[in-house]
Design a protein around this ligand. Structure first.
Ligand SMILES: *Cc1c(COP(=O)(O)O)cnc(C)c1O
Length: 433
């Protein structure tokens, strides 16, 4: 979806009446009421901008989880086959909607395990160092868990991360990576890189990388390519299949609103799914469904991403994901993206009106290179400003050393939220100036 900045912003006005009028006209406005909004002690809802960290609870989550608790109570083990939503194939009920959210084919997507676990499982299959091709390329500001995962994989194969972990670093004085620098590194180091593994969207800056372009460059050099889409899934249109990436992983508790520690998603491009010689850690849930309970000695992999499943999954977590994905299916990723582009541009516009040239937004200003999130630095301020903003009724988050991350989420945030947040921030900045 390409839309120019000018088109998005030309009619913006910095006042509450305008913001409320935008909310009135918003075709997705009724979705806010499908979620529980955390409330302050005075009974007012918080201004919630943390959907990038823990998405809000859909009111339907409880019903979906209750259904499984009831069936477990009534049926015991028989629920595997006779629950209203039988547990044996339960994960399959999520596939179609999840595939739509991440732009994949249904045979390329499965919900299993948690994010960092899936990242390791994917590296078992797709980090296969050989000869001089040993290195892993990540972002210098990669999420810590991703860094620990890739470093430990390097050490597991006998390589010192100090030498074999390559980092893409923004230029001095810049926060985001430039595509031309990513390209130069991949071209220069390509023959030594076994795996390119980037966070997409980047959790710190909110930068959304051009996956097809990066994948093409890396594949030309013979590297495997994987993306951690923890901050992308449910936020930006990922088009994973068309990106050509070899694998992707993501969690479901951020933009996908499926509850703290909920299970994660995994994508393996279909070109790999039935490859007979791909190394993989295996378990019985990856085995051919028709003979799984024959307890055979040989592993007969399902010829899709489902071959990577290890265990029978926790149904209560899947139930919450099912509730959330049904909301995404109803709203539609394209509609959500359309609103998100405009809502985030509106928040950016409002922040830029704060007097005194105090605000520096490190997230790319080009809407095509970001999702919902804006990462804000405030000149001459420290964590106390964030604490004051929190005390004034805002839930956002702080990332060391100096960034406030705010994500207006199109399913439940409003233009009025963006306006009120900016007011709070401006008031608190005025107090410390
Ligand atoms: C949120 C996040 C994680 C968290 O990992 P878990 O295994 O779900 O605890 C890892 N990587 C990135 C990029 C994230 O944004």
């Amino acid at each position: 979806m390409s839309i120019s900045k000018a088109e998005l912003t030309s009619t913006f006005e910095a006042n509450l009446g305008y913001a409320q009028a935008q909310d009135e006209q918003d075709p997705l406005k009724h979705f806010r009421d499908r979620f529980h909004l955390p409330t302050q002690s005075n009974g007012e809802p918080f201004l919630y901008f943390c959907g990038n960290s823990l998405g809000l609870q859909p009111k339907s989550s409880r019903d979906q989880i209750d259904q499984e608790l009831k069936d477990w109570a009534m049926l015991g083990v028989e629920g595997h086959l006779h629950a209203r939503n039988p547990w044996l194939p339960y994960h399959e009920f999520l596939t179609e909607h999840m595939a739509a959210v991440v732009g994949a084919r249904p045979n390329e997507v499965v919900v299993m395990n948690t994010l960092t676990v899936n990242l390791h499982l994917m590296m078992v299959s797709f980090y296969r160092p050989k000869g001089n091709r040993t290195k892993i390329l990540i972002e210098s500001d990669a999420f810590p868990s991703d860094r620990y995962a890739v470093s430990s994989q390097l050490r597991f194969h006998g390589y010192d991360p100090a030498e074999h972990l390559l980092e893409l670093r923004p230029r001095a004085g810049e926060s985001c990576l430039r595509m031309e620098d990513i390209e130069a590194t991949i071209r220069k180091e390509g023959a030594n890189i076994a795996l390119v593994m980037l966070g997409n969207t980047n959790y710190y800056t909110g930068q959304y990388f051009d996956m097809p372009a990066i994948t093409k460059l890396a594949h030309e050099q013979g590297c495997m390519v994987g993306f951690d889409c923890a901050h992308g899934a449910g936020n930006v249109p990922l088009n994973l299949h068309d990106s050509g990436a070899d694998f992707a992983v993501w969690c479901t508790y951020k933009y996908l609103n499926s509850g703290p520690g909920s299970m994660a998603g995994c994508f393996v491009h279909e070109r790999h799914a039935s490859s007979p010689d791909i190394p993989r850690f295996e378990g019985w849930w990856g085995h051919n469904k028709t003979t799984r309970f024959g307890m055979r000695d040989d592993f007969d992999p399902i010829p899709t991403v489902e071959a990577w499943q290890l265990s029978n999954p926790p149904i209560l977590s899947l139930a919450a994901i099912k509730a959330s994905l049904e909301i995404f299916a109803e709203a539609g990723m394209n509609n959500l993206r359309k609103k998100a582009l405009r809502l985030t541009a509106y928040l950016e516009y409002l922040l830029q009106q704060i007097p005194g040239d105090k605000i520096n937004i490190i997230t790319p200003s080009n809407p095509a290179e970001r999702g919902c999130q804006l990462s804000i630095q405030v000149r001459d301020a420290d964590k106390r400003l964030f604490e004051a903003v929190t005390a004034a009724g805002v839930i956002a988050d702080w990332r060391e050393p100096d960034v406030i991350r705010v994500a207006p989420v199109p399913l439940y945030n409003t233009y009025a939220d963006a306006y009120r947040f900016t007011q709070v921030l401006e008031e608190q900045i005025a107090k410390i100036s």
